[in-house]
Design a protein around this ligand. Structure first.
Ligand SMILES: [Zn+2]
Length: 261
């Protein structure tokens, strides 16, 4: 079985000098590709460097809603220039209204500009969204989505939200939290996603499946754990693991395969 991690952050300093063994374990676990998402201008060059060093790492550059306030003026022009000259997707961008003091207007403006950039250059888009589903739907309707494909990463909404976002053309990516027995909302949502919209990710080093035996809190998550998501999705959807993994792989390849040089 082959797996495609559609969202992770291999540039994260928490991997330190451990990245080579992390990539080796991913390879052994059947993970052929990892979509590595930048989160702010300070990590874009590292994301690009990793993708040049490792053919399995596909680069995405973006400004995450957590970092909109600290962005330096001109960030969008510099992102635009990189997108023009490099084979990169856009993200991680999005809306996070679950933050303690979210600057909703600034988040929306920053997200909109990245939606436009993705559309303009027809690049895949990775979206972070927490407690902002209605506004995300409005933005997607008003700005449109890139034909290459747009993904809501680590989807945490309800089955109803999943259906609505799908109808707008979005793909939904699930993380290891799907394997958490307490995640009944995720369990329902994953059954609402159609085969051709389903994706899997680790968001490594985040979203470690701490609820599962063998995973100790504080350790970084890694792409080799991706099979846990596929297994949980197959069980919850009542489908065969191989065909579930094959669908997710095919969808990932369609959206992100174009980022391969
Ligand atoms: Zn992320």
């Amino acid at each position: 079985m082959a797996f495609f991690d559609t969202h992770c952050h291999l540039q994260d300093p928490r991997f330190g000098n451990e990245l080579d063994p992390v990539l080796a374990r991913a390879r052994q676990a059947g993970v052929t590709h990892m979509v590595c998402c930048g989160t702010r201008e300070g990590d874009w060059s590292e994301v690009l460097a990793l993708s040049r060093r490792h053919a399995s790492v596909l680069p995405m550059l973006g400004l995450h809603p957590w970092f909109v306030r600290e962005a330096r003026p001109g960030w969008l022009d510099r992102l635009g220039a990189l997108v023009k000259n490099e084979l990169v997707g856009i993200g991680e961008c999005g809306l996070d209204f679950a933050l303690e003091n979210p600057d909703r207007e600034l988040q929306e403006a920053v997200c909109r500009s990245q939606l436009r950039l993705a559309r303009e250059h027809n690049r895949p888009l990775s979206i972070h969204c927490r407690r902002a589903w209605e506004r995300l739907a409005v933005l997607a309707r008003e700005e449109g989505l890139p034909e290459a494909g747009a993904v809501v990463h680590a989807f945490s909404g309800s089955a109803e939200v999943a259906r609505e976002l799908q109808s707008l053309g979005l793909h939904l990516s699930f993380s290891c939290s799907l394997a958490n027995p307490g995640n009944s909302r995720g369990a329902k949502a994953v059954t609402a996603v159609s085969d051709d919209r389903l994706l899997f990710e680790t968001d490594a080093p985040d979203l470690l499946p701490r609820h599962l035996p063998g995973f100790k809190a504080g350790a970084p998550n890694e792409p080799a754990n991706l099979h846990l998501v596929a297994e949980a999705a197959a069980r919850l959807r009542g489908t065969d693991l191989h065909s579930t993994a094959a669908w997710a792989y095919k969808n990932s390849e369609r959206i992100f395969g174009g980022l391969r040089p």
